[in-house]
Write a protein that binds this ligand. Structure first.
Ligand code: ANZ
Ligand code: ZN
Length: 781
């Protein structure tokens, strides 16, 4: 037999699988004759953005879930494992700018190249269902969904404090600001007040929090998302103000948010945020120079910087507030430890019970009251009777700012008429196509480059027919990806984003793989969009992803994050050339628990490669004329169970070890055709090309191994498994018996006593028996 040559066989089988379309999923339950279908099963890995090249992380993301996809197919499920490209958005556009090309050209070129690379993985992708978010047939529905949300008031435009990235020259959502920096380019983000399009995600804040209970997600992912939404139960309490210099009437108040209404009698100050102070200044409060300067300098600081400051700072405003509980007058201070965009932007300070307030009071010599706590009921009743407070829930979550002042995105389908204001683009004329634009780079004035597409810009107002202009902002790319999984169920539909009958067959999704960084971005947005569509009656379910698995990260051989500058980047193309796709896939599976990832080891992959060579060479041991071998059968039976449980439990690494152990055990035996076939089927999900080559070319089977049924194991055979039991007398080995696994102490003792060799050494009575199940029995005399 020839040498194992993956580069030769892998391409060949990839072509064969594609021509035979064996991974194209039909909507109706599978009718493959050999398989009784167990039903539809959609599993998905987050689609990639066309960055240019597949890195090893992509391989980890896509080829490992493919093991499960293949196993489920062999079990008889009608499996859909689609993929596509998240091709609009900042990352693609920035990369294009860096490479001095146009985003459209760049993106399309990369999609073509990466598709080729993805195909070299030998995964079970159904390419007939591919979606790409830049396809007008796709973004037509992104725009349509926007319009539906707009109709119901879930999309709106308002002036708001926004994160502005000066480098990318666009607004970012809160989720896209990591430690005060732009998630895309790492630049320090600035705060601005701008009018933007927003989605009312906060309307679903409770559902997004509460519905997580029923989801099978990693606990850390649930906690992170819950904290991000940050529901807080408390009360809003109103403090009337005594006097404000420069203000005419005396009817002013400040509202505070507290989670500790029971501490109301211990309030010794009201503290407002610099943001709120600025609003007071804007409406005519004549603040002292000191206060004005303090507000100004605070506002130039980042929120994080303010929160992490070692020392509390602040200025007395000179204004007094009246505690509604006891009519006591307390000073109003402005201090930057109070955040402008949380709660009401003002607090009641209770130094006796709150750490931050205590630091503040200590620094500025404010009194610390020893008033006793009251019961929350008592306090709430008092406040409600006076109309000075009510229970309130607040959230850390803000509405999702979705407009971007960038070219490479789906245009927001709105029209601005000087007479009628904002008007939606009529549904029938969707999509609003992105106009070709040579000068697509972001502008310094904060206006979208689409303003330069003068012909495209001019449009008739759909309401009055007068001259109007199109909205020039495009949508955040997370809008595109918030619904793409729906489209896989019905990718060619011209009338709907997906037919309800089709969605019913596949969704909600049983299993979704992705990166941990998406917990507070994509996963949150997609859950919101589904809840919004559900509330509009457009989908039948309110949670898209029943089970979620965040994969680990592949590190460089030096145990560090891979990066060009460190020179520790592993290029999958090179590894595939050297060892073949099967070895790369199998090594990635073998590396460690999927949820942990780990460092790439050159020794590790060559070890897996040697194993595949051994499988290849083992074929020489198979002989047409060999009869079924009960020992080999028992070994295979046990391994089938082990490997099946490993795959089902996502323990792919132990699955590979089980395969290795299996080969070790089999290598000392000759096996029949049947047994050899079983071995190949167990190998098929892990090393699909090698298994196919041996299956069709050596065993001369006519159909693909990937259409075969997964081997069944016999539980009875497992319990009849034999082990070697060591028999000792007074701690010295006197015999070894091959016995049934799982013997009771009684049975073991009976067998031990029957051994001739043991009998010879048994002088006297057995006083004690020490029995270690399936290993040792020691008779003490
Ligand atoms: C009085 C009090 C007494 C408070 C006490 C706490 C303990 P969470 O759970 O995070 O919602 N707070 C309210 N708005 C704030 C803002 N904009 N910036 C900074 N702090 C703010 O925390 C709610 C508590 O954080 C509120 O309850 C308030 O302080 C403070 F013994 O009110 B508390
Ligand atoms: Zn009009």
């Amino acid at each position: 037999m020839s040498k194992y040559n993956p580069s030769k066989i892998e391409k060949k089988w990839q072509r064969y699988w594609a021509t035979k379309k064996i991974y194209n999923t039909k909507d109706e339950p599978s009718s493959r004759e050999a398989l009784a279908s167990l039903g539809n099963y959609m599993l998905l890995t987050e689609f990639a953005y066309p960055s240019g090249n597949l890195h090893i992380g992509h391989w980890y993301a896509f080829s490992i879930p493919d093991i499960l996809a293949r196993y489920l197919r062999m079990m008889g499920y009608n499996v859909m494992y689609p993929t596509g490209f998240d091709a609009f958005g900042l990352p693609a556009e920035n990369a294009a700018i860096k490479n001095n090309t146009h985003p459209e050209k760049w993106t399309k070129k990369n999609i073509a190249y990466m598709t080729k690379q993805l195909k070299s993985m030998g995964a079970t992708f159904d390419w007939s269902r591919e979606v790409s978010t830049i396809d007008p047939d796709y973004y037509k529905w992104t725009q349509w969904i926007f319009l539906k949300l707009y109709e119901k008031g879930l999309a709106y435009r308002a002036k708001t404090a926004v994160n502005w990235c000066p480098k990318d020259k666009t607004v970012l959502a809160n989720e896209q600001v990591i430690d005060g920096k732009c998630d895309r380019c790492g630049t320090q983000v600035e705060q601005k007040e701008l009018s933007q399009w927003m989605f009312k995600i906060t309307q679903f804040a409770d559902a997004l929090t509460d519905d997580m209970v029923g989801l099978d997600w990693q606990e850390t992912a649930k906690i992170n998302q819950k904290n991000w939404i940050g529901r807080s139960e408390g009360a809003k309490i109103k403090f009337n103000l005594v006097d404000i210099p420069g203000q005419k009437d005396g009817k002013h108040f400040v509202e505070t948010f507290t989670t500790r209404a029971d501490t109301l009698f211990g309030v010794t100050a009201v503290v407002i945020s610099p943001e709120l102070a600025q609003r007071w200044i804007d409406v005519g409060w004549q603040a002292s120079e000191e206060a004005k300067n303090y507000v100004k300098s605070s506002l130039s600081k980042r929120e994080l910087e303010r929160q992490e400051a070692k020392e509390k700072t602040g200025v007395d405003t000179g204004i007094l507030a009246i505690n509604p509980a006891n009519d006591e007058k307390v000073p109003v201070w402005v201090a930057d430890y109070v955040l402008g965009h949380y709660g009401t932007g003002a607090i009641m300070a209770v130094p006796a019970h709150d750490e931050r307030d205590r630091e503040f009071a200590t620094k500025f010599n404010l009194p610390i009251s020893d008033a006793p706590l009251r019961s929350v009921n008592e306090v709430m009743k008092l406040l409600m009777d006076k109309g000075a407070g009510k229970p309130e829930r607040i959230y850390r979550l803000h509405d999702w700012i979705l407009s971007r002042q960038r070219y490479w995105g789906a245009p927001i389908p709105m029209i601005i008429c000087p007479k009628c204001g904002y008007q939606p683009v009529p549904e029938q004329v969707l999509p609003v196509k992105l106009p070709p634009l040579k000068d697509f780079k972001p502008a310094d004035d904060g206006r979208s480059p689409l303003a330069k597409a003068t012909k495209w810009l001019k449009v008739k107002c759909p309401k009055c027919g007068g001259e109007a202009e199109r909205e020039t902002d495009t949508m955040d790319t997370f809008v595109d990806s918030s619904w793409y999984f729906l489209r896989y169920t019905d990718p060619k539909n011209k009338k709907e984003f997906a037919g309800k009958d089709k969605m019913k067959m596949w969704l909600p999704m049983p299993l979704y793989y992705g990166g941990a960084e998406h917990t507070t971005m994509h996963l949150l947005y997609a859950r919101f969009i589904i809840k919004a569509l559900h509330s509009l009656g457009l989908v039948d379910f309110s949670e898209p992803f029943l089970r979620r698995i965040n994969r680990g990260i592949i590190l460089g051989p030096d145990n560090q994050k891979m990066s060009k500058s460190r020179g520790n980047v592993v290029d999958p193309d090179i590894e595939v050339k050297k060892y073949g796709a099967d070895a790369v896939r199998m090594y990635l599976a073998f590396m460690g628990p999927y949820e942990q990832g780990g460092p790439w080891s050159p020794g590790g992959i060559s070890g897996v490669y040697r194993f595949l060579n051994r499988v290849w060479n083992y074929v020489g041991r198979y002989d047409q004329n060999i009869r079924p071998n009960p020992v080999a059968q028992r070994i295979l039976n046990k391994s089938t169970k082990e490997i099946e449980e490993d795959i089902k439990g996502m323990s792919f690494n132990t699955g590979v070890s089980s395969l290795m152990k299996l080969l070790n055990e089999l290598e000392s035996h000759e096996i029949s055709k049947d047994e050899y076939e079983t071995l190949l089927k167990l190998l098929a999900p892990f090393a699909p090309h090698l298994a196919e080559e041996l299956w069709q070319n050596v065993l001369k089977n006519k159909k693909s191994i990937h259409l075969e049924r997964w081997p069944e194991y016999d539980d009875k055979l497992l319990s009849e498994e034999k082990i070697k039991l060591v028999i000792q007398v007074n701690g010295r080995v006197r015999d070894t018996l091959e016995v049934k696994k799982g013997l009771s102490e009684e049975e073991a003792k009976r067998l031990a006593l029957a051994s001739e060799n043991v009998k010879r050494h048994l002088i006297g009575e057995v006083k004690k028996v020490i029995y270690v199940k399936d290993r040792i029995i020691n008779l003490v005399i």
